[in-house]
Design a protein around this ligand. Structure first.
Ligand SMILES: O=c1ccn([C@@H]2O[C@H](COP(=O)(O)O)[C@@H](O)[C@H]2O)c(=O)[nH]1
Length: 270
């Protein structure tokens, strides 16, 4: 089953709220944990246990694990394995992208099921040229994985690059969406190649119909609301509203995190 088909089914069953598992140093402190590998592990696995059985997708942010070196990566491997065992799809937020030959190594690291970090999908940066992602796209197709390409990111600095005009008069972001439209052509019920479009972008004239999923970060702590999602995406069911700190601040009480996830899923459905 392709990633797009798995995601389509997961959203129908568990809703479209995506929880980011981002162990910020400040959150470890708020939870009464030390900023070390043991604290990281307790934080991350408590969150997985609380939310992964209730959401369609979890999104660990690799940077927060990488900062602890190889032992942090070992925790990330547990997060991925335990989340999948709890029935959630794992979208690893790594924002990789490089020349093609190196992109292949990233694809092998994150999308080949033989890798200890194998995830259902990853985020990638297309700013070395969309074609530099070909090895990642091909590997994703081979292993029924997904790829989310940065298009209109949630941060205020993004427009400098993403709104820039290309030779046909469109924007860089529009060009990325065109590539995704092409990759997802004819996919049923949903393509496996998604776009990252922040819940904070305000109004856009870009054509967001590309037959693939959308990751919408910026929901929650960065100010994005359900009303923003409706305004930007209408009723598109394949939009993952993604929030990290807003959920994680409710820990370490698992029930508080779980109940928030359930309420948010209900709100997104209504
Ligand atoms: O455009 C983007 C792309 C990715 N992110 C990531 O999402 C989370 C947001 O965390 P919050 O605590 O909900 O603000 C974080 O991992 C970012 O790296 C993004 O914010 N915007």
């Amino acid at each position: 089953m392709t990633f797009g088909a798995r995601l389509h089914a997961a959203i129908a069953e568990r809703g479209s709220f995506c929880v980011g598992i981002d162990p910020h140093a400040a959150l470890l402190q708020d939870w009464g944990l030390a900023d070390d590998v043991a604290g990281l592990e307790r934080f991350a696995l408590t969150t997985v246990e609380a939310v992964a059985p209730h959401v369609s997708v979890v999104k660990p942010q690799s940077a927060f694990y990488e900062r602890f070196g190889s032992r942090g990566i070992a925790v990330l491997e547990r997060v991925i394995a335990d989340s999948r065992a709890a029935g959630a799809l794992v979208l690893l937020d790594v924002k990789r992208g490089d020349i093609g030959s190196t992109s292949q190594a990233y694809a092998d690291a994150y999308l080949d099921p033989a890798s200890p970090l194998a995830s259902d999908a990853i985020t990638v940066s297309p700013f070395l040229g969309f074609g530099s992602l070909d090895p990642i796209v091909d590997t994703a197709r081979r292993h029924d994985a997904g790829v989310f390409v940065l298009a209109l990111t949630s941060n205020k600095e993004g427009p400098e690059v993403q709104h820039a005009r290309v030779e046909d008069g469109g924007t860089v972001a529009g060009r990325m969406l065109d590539h995704l439209r092409h990759l997802n052509a004819d996919a049923e019920p949903l393509g496996s190649f998604g776009a990252v479009v922040g819940a904070t972008i305000g109004a856009t004239t870009e054509d967001l119909a590309f037959n693939g999923p959308v990751l919408a970060p910026g929901f929650g702590a960065q100010g994005g609301t359900v009303a923003d999602l409706r305004r930007i995406f209408g009723t598109n069911p394949a939009v993952l509203a993604s929030s990290s700190r807003e959920v994680l601040r409710l820990g370490p009480d698992p029930a508080a995190m779980r109940d928030f996830v359930r309420r948010t899923n209900d709100e997104l459905r209504s």
